[in-house]
Write a protein that binds this ligand. Structure first.
Ligand SMILES: NC(=O)c1ccc[n+]([C@@H]2O[C@H](COP(=O)([O-])OP(=O)(O)OC[C@H]3O[C@@H](n4cnc5c(N)ncnc54)[C@H](O)[C@@H]3O)[C@@H](O)[C@H]2O)c1
Ligand SMILES: O=C(O)C(=O)C[C@@H](O)[C@H](O)[C@H](O)COP(=O)(O)O
Ligand SMILES: [Zn+2]
Length: 352
């Protein structure tokens, strides 16, 4: 079992990574609400219920269908209906979508109750469950409503990865690869290695090392006043792709595409050519091909990116491996590189 300490908030917490954790969840609060996606395999729901003995279990729609204000309101009502008290706790079990929702419920119900997270996807483990970003989407864009509300503990039961559809495992690899690109280049090769699979050797260490990158960043900058923005590498285009397609493009695939676009932008502004790495990742991930969207379809969503300020949109660029920076990019470059990006996807067979 690997254990990673995370600081930066009111109280430090630990992320545990290992097999068999779900059956042994321990929270000190007496009354617990368990939130999970409706398609989470019953075996994992049963294990979490057996260890937590929740006063209420709320099943929410799968994927980003649960990250809506309507679902959020329904979950709050379910907690109020059982009088979950202020000294109770919310536990989110599932992928990043369900844990983002559960965390936001915890952040806001009775103005905030204790939150614990048990991610069951690769993406949830290496990224979403750690660092305290919680929230839901609006039709206008991804994660436009939310709060920073760090968990009190995170349990990554790697056995749960065994029931993931292979494509969902590969979605999560995008965020681990991102951590490699922005901070730990050795991680990139490990993600692309044939050993990186739910039953592969060294899985626990690769997951833990990817978490360690995020844990370090959020410990130093929980509220995204500086370097936390680097965790958003690839996300300006990614979030726009998700929003414009009404989430037909899943987050992990959108991030794979977004990283390639961001690598092209970085090169266009004089940086090292890292597009070989991002292309290799797309070849490994084999995402669903993208619809042929115009730059103009995506621009309104990119303009609502949370890294934008009063002077406009900013992108995370990588002038060199593990050396990210936040920068503005002229619109002429954004447009030209979008055309080049589409040409690259065409050559890779990734454009519909
Ligand atoms: N808060 C953050 O810092 C952060 C970071 C990255 C991503 N996110 C968010 O996370 C979401 C994406 O998360 P995701 O990639 O985990 O996708 P997801 O939560 O949509 O899960 C993918 C699918 O797998 C199912 N599933 C979960 N665990 C399973 C298991 N063990 N076996 C079989 N099926 C299982 C889910 O119910 C869902 O249908 C997006 O909404 C994204 O915005 C948040
Ligand atoms: O934790 C962060 O900070 C990240 O940017 C991690 C991202 O992978 C994640 O998708 C996050 O939810 C995006 O945050 P947002 O502020 O752009 O909504
Ligand atoms: Zn992400």
């Amino acid at each position: 079992m690997r254990r990673i300490e995370v600081g930066g908030g009111a109280a430090p917490y630990a992320v545990e990574v290992g097999p068999g954790l779900l059956g042994g969840l321990r929270v000190p609060e007496r009354q617990v609400a368990l939130i999970h996606p409706e398609d989470l395999p019953a075996v994992w729901v049963a294990q979490a219920q057996a260890s937590l003995n929740p006063v209420v279990t709320v099943s929410v729609p799968a994927r980003d269908e649960c990250k809506t204000l309507e679902v959020y309101a329904g979950v709050l009502s379910a907690l109020a209906a059982v009088n979950l008290p202020r000294d109770g706790a919310v536990v989110g079990v599932g992928g990043g979508a369900a844990t983002d929702l559960a965390g936001f419920v915890a952040a806001s119900y009775l103005r905030g109750v204790a939150y614990y997270s048990a991610p069951t996807t690769l993406l949830g483990m290496v990224d979403a469950a750690v660092g305290g970003k919680t929230g839901v989407n609006l039709p206008e864009g991804k994660n436009l409503v939310g709060a920073f509300w760090p968990p009190r503990a995170v349990w990554c039961d790697v056995a749960t990865l065994g029931t993931l559809p292979p494509a969902v495992f590969r979605e999560g690899a995008a965020e681990a690869f991102k951590h490699g690109l922005i901070s730990d280049p050795g991680l990139m090769a490990r993600v692309l290695s044939p050993d990186f699979r739910p039953d592969g050797p060294g899985l626990e260490d690769t997951v833990a090392d990817a978490i360690a990158v995020k844990a370090g960043v959020v410990t130093r900058d929980l509220f995204e006043r500086g370097e936390r923005a680097f965790l958003n590498f690839g996300h300006t285009l990614a979030h726009a792709l998700e929003a414009v397609t009404h989430h037909a493009v899943p987050h992990g695939e959108a991030v794979g595409y977004g990283m390639h676009y961001a690598a092209r932008l970085s090169r266009a502004l004089g940086g090292e050519d890292l597009t070989g790495h991002t292309r290799a990742f797309l070849e490994w991930q084999r995402p669903s091909p993208l619809p042929a969207l115009e730059f103009g379809d995506l621009a309104p969503f990119m303009a609502r990116d949370k890294k934008a300020d009063s002077d406009g949109v900013r992108f995370v660029l990588l002038p060199a491996l593990a050396a990210p920076e936040l920068a503005r990019v002229p619109e002429t470059v954004l447009r030209a590189e979008y055309l080049g990006f589409q040409a690259d996807l065409g050559a890779l067979g990734l454009l519909r």
